[in-house]
Every structure is written in C-alpha cells, then in structure tokens.
Design a protein. Structure first.
Length: 499
C-alpha cells in the first residue's frame, strides 16, 4: 500500500487519538503550563470585552484588567494574530486551547507528508504521532504561539519536499502559511531560515525561485503588522510606549545583541529541561536515530536541526522552555530514522520488532505528556481569582493577596493587586485605606514551612478574618513552590471603605 493511500485512515486514527488525549483538559482551568494564556491572551480578551475590540483598534492591553485604557500597557512585542483568534472564539479556556490542539493535529499530517519522502510509511506514521503527542506540542505550548508557528513552517516544508499539484496550489499554500505564521509570531522566521537547505538546488536562480513565495508572504506580513502597530499606537489616551518596546528594529537589536550569555548556558539548560520537554523516550530515540537521519534525509536533518537551535543561537540568552517546541520536528525526524531500518528490513521478524518498538515509543511519549499535564492540573488560580474578584466587585472594596503568582485572566476586577504582598510595610497602606478603598487580604499558607514571615502573621492578628476552605489542600502533583498545597487560607478585613 502506498503512503498516499494511508493518509485518510491515518488522519482518522490520529484525530480520534487527539480527541481522546485533549478532551478531558479542553475546558479545565488554566495552570502553570498555560502562563501565556493566563497572563497575556486572556487578559487581552478581558480588556477588549471591557472597552471594545474595534475601539481599541485591536491593540492588546496588559498586564491586567484595567479601569481605563491609560492604565494598561500596549503589548506590541509579538504580532496580534493569535490574540485576535482567541478573542474571536470567545476568550474562554477552551477557545485558547482548541486552535493549538487543531494545529498540532494538522502539523502531524503535514509531517507525515514530509517524512514519507525519506522513510517508510510506518516510520512516517509513527513519527507523525510522536510530533503530535510529544510533551512540547501536546502540553507545554498549548494555548501559546509556538504550535501554530510550527504548523505554518511545516506547511512550507511540505511544499518544498513533496509539493502538491498543481503548482499554483502549492505556491498558494506557501503564501498563506508564511503570511499566517508571521502574523501569529515573529518566531516563524526560525522556520523560514530553515527552508534554505530544503530549497537549495544546483543553481542560485532555482533556489531563489523556490524560496520566493514564502519569502514574499513573510515580508508582506511583517510590513502589515508594523503598519497596524503604528496605527494602533496612535490611539488617543494610551500610555506612551518606550521606543525599545515598540520599534521593531530596536527590539530586534536588544533581543539579539543585548543581555547575551555564553552559549554553554544552553547546554546546561537542555540538561535540566529536556527530560521534561522531550521525555526520556525521545532523548533515547534521538540518540539512536540522528545518524540514520543524516544518511536518509540529510537536508531535512539540517533544516530541523536549524529550527531546533535557532532561537538559542540567535537569541543567546535564557528563554522559557516553551521554545523547545521548535525542537519537535527534529524529535519526530530522529524517531522516524530510528524506527525506519527495522520497518524496512527484509526479514519479517525485524519488521515486527519495528512495529513493537514504534508502539512502545509512542505509548511512552503519550504517557509522559499525559503525566506532565496531570501533574500540573489545578483549579487553584481560578478559585483564587474568583475569591479576590468577588471582593473587588463590591463598591468601595479592593483586594490583595500573598501568593507569589496570581493569574490575571482570573482577576476580573481592576481593584485586585496582581502581585503578592508579603511584608507588614506593604500591608500598612491597605489598613490606611489606600486609594480610597476598603481592603481585604487573602493569606494562603503553603504546606511548605517558612514561606509566610512570622511578622506578617503578627501584623494580621488583630484583624477579623474568615476561612476560605476551597483554596486549601493539594493543588497539583508537580509540587512546585508556586502551586504546592495550601495548608490554610484566610480572608482578612484590613480596612472598611470610607464613608
């Protein structure tokens, strides 16, 4: 059976697996793995709902729900495409996850087309599923930019490696993917650079012609983003944005040439985070498969390796591990290369061993991703935000807390302090009715001892309080200091509203 005839059954099986994997989490409260959604995209949607999307010219405002637009900070570090998409779908938790879930599925189908040009049908199918369910694509970068950027880049890759017919359709797909990917995030440039080895031919003219459709679309997208940005920032009433945060050239120079660290940092970073973002299963398959990949698909190996390291080579500075999502195509490639020799072997026993190895690898990867998602799951931030927002929704009241992190998506009222207040000198102004409000203070005492200073409890002792039992108990299985269990939760009244 040819690889093309397997696309329909493969897409059906993959769709069922994606639904089964993500259905339980689609509407769950946002947690530490969805910080981009909780701190940025969700807040943008709240402010657009508050002031009107078109009245704000589609400009995202951070870093919290604000009372007037001058209180918010325009967010122009990234193109607005993904923020607009999430808002168009409603801005709920599911609407910030569904696009990236669908994008991971489509990325798997694109990858199958790419891998099929170099590997057996079975190896390509296994590697497509590995791409979809590896921890970065399935968990870490859900409700964030990276999955849609990877999808856009893989569409261009596929048209360079195994283009569809007729030619105009292939070029249209490249134009659309490059334009869309650039409007989603500037990170599309990492995949754009990696197109060069795939497009490279013996003569410069042919190579240039193969790169031209995606290049034109990416440049056009960049120009339109910058034009929109210039128009949106002219909105009356906005707080002026520093040039280094609004000028693309200034931002590029700062990110590329400023705050650089030694490249050895990247090696240490990968040693610490790869077991989480790759899983030990993919570390093993990458070690086994990279040599075979260089033999079977040298250009594709170079392209995916460029994508994997480009963020760290160009931006030699500490970055969030969500950037490891750009390593997912390389992981899928080396998985295919590791399985391919067995699956194309002449002996039936070796082919059977290859199928078993592929099933074990895929099962291990899916289990690692499922465990990562389960360990991180918590409703704490939603409950914390609801408790504080209910207080601040009452006329004359404001609310504060002591937790290191509150997710502003769940702080639906402007009169809630986003960051924790920990010391008596920070609480004293609340007792004095700061900003003319009465203040409630939510004290969460973690199960980890010593995180609440004794002087704070002494300071709070005279004030009336009520217990908040829905915030108490184990919050997630990850056990980190930000979301570890809460032993006690108390809501103190520090001052009444002025009469």
């Amino acid at each position: 059976m040819q690889g093309t005839s397997l696309i329909r059954p493969l897409s059906g099986l993959l769709a069922l697996a994606v639904i089964a994997f993500h259905a339980a989490w689609l509407t769950a409260p946002l947690s530490m793995q969805q910080l981009n959604a909780a701190q940025y995209f969700g807040v943008f949607t709240r402010n657009w709902e508050r002031f009107g999307f078109f009245d704000l010219r589609g400009l995202p405002l951070m870093d919290r729900v604000v009372e007037h637009i001058g209180q918010g900070a325009p967010y122009v570090h990234h193109p607005p495409g993904l923020s607009w998409l999430f808002h168009a779908l409603g801005g709920a938790e599911w609407s910030m996850r569904l696009p990236t879930v669908l994008a991971s599925y489509l990325a798997g189908l694109c990858w199958y087309r790419i891998a099929r040009a170099s590997f057996t049908t079975a190896a390509s199918a296994f590697s497509a599923a590995v791409l979809v369910f590896c921890p970065c694509m399935a968990v870490v970068s859900q409700a964030s930019y990276e999955v849609l950027v990877v999808l856009s880049g893989l569409v261009v890759f596929a048209e360079l490696v195994a283009p569809v017919s007729p030619r105009w359709l292939s070029r249209t797909l490249q134009l659309a993917a490059a334009f869309f990917g650039t409007w989603i995030d500037w990170g599309f440039g990492f995949l754009g650079i990696a197109c060069i080895p795939l497009a490279c031919r013996n003569d410069v003219r042919t190579t240039f012609a193969r790169l031209l459709p995606a290049g034109i679309a990416a440049v056009a997208a960049m120009v339109t983003v910058l034009l929109w940005q210039h128009w949106a920032l002219a909105l009356p009433g906005l707080t002026p944005v520093p040039r280094e945060d609004s000028d693309f050239g200034a931002m590029f120079r700062r990110f590329v040439f400023g705050e650089r660290t030694g490249f050895l940092w990247w090696i240490e970073h990968m040693q610490a985070t790869a077991p989480l973002t790759w899983s030990w299963w993919l570390i093993g398959s990458s070690a086994l498969g990279v040599g075979f990949a260089l033999v079977r698909a040298p250009r594709l190996t170079l392209a995916t390796a460029m994508v994997a390291v480009a963020p760290f080579v160009i931006l030699v500075r500490p970055m969030d591990y969500v950037w490891h999502t750009f390593q997912s195509p390389f992981l899928a490639l080396t998985a295919a290369a590791a399985l391919d020799p067995l699956l194309r072997a002449a002996r039936r026993e070796l082919r059977l061993l290859g199928w078993i190895a592929g099933a074990v690898l895929l099962g291990g990867v899916m289990h690692a991703s499922w465990q990562l998602r389960a360990d991180d799951a918590t409703a704490f931030f939603e409950r914390q935000g609801r408790t504080l927002s209910e207080v601040a929704a009452r006329p004359g009241w404001a609310a504060a807390h002591n937790h290191p992190l509150a997710m502003p998506y769940y702080l639906t009222e402007p009169r809630v302090e986003r960051f924790g207040l920990y010391l008596p000198e920070q609480l004293a102004p609340l007792v004095a009715q700061r900003n003319g409000h009465g203040w409630k203070y939510l004290l969460c005492k973690p199960v980890f001892p010593g995180l609440v200073p004794p002087q704070v409890e002494t300071f709070l002792a005279p004030f009336p309080r009520v217990r908040v039992p829905e915030l108490e108990g184990p919050l997630d299985r990850a056990g980190n200091a930000l979301t570890g269990g809460i032993a006690e939760a108390w809501l103190y009244t520090l001052s009444e509203p002025p009469r």
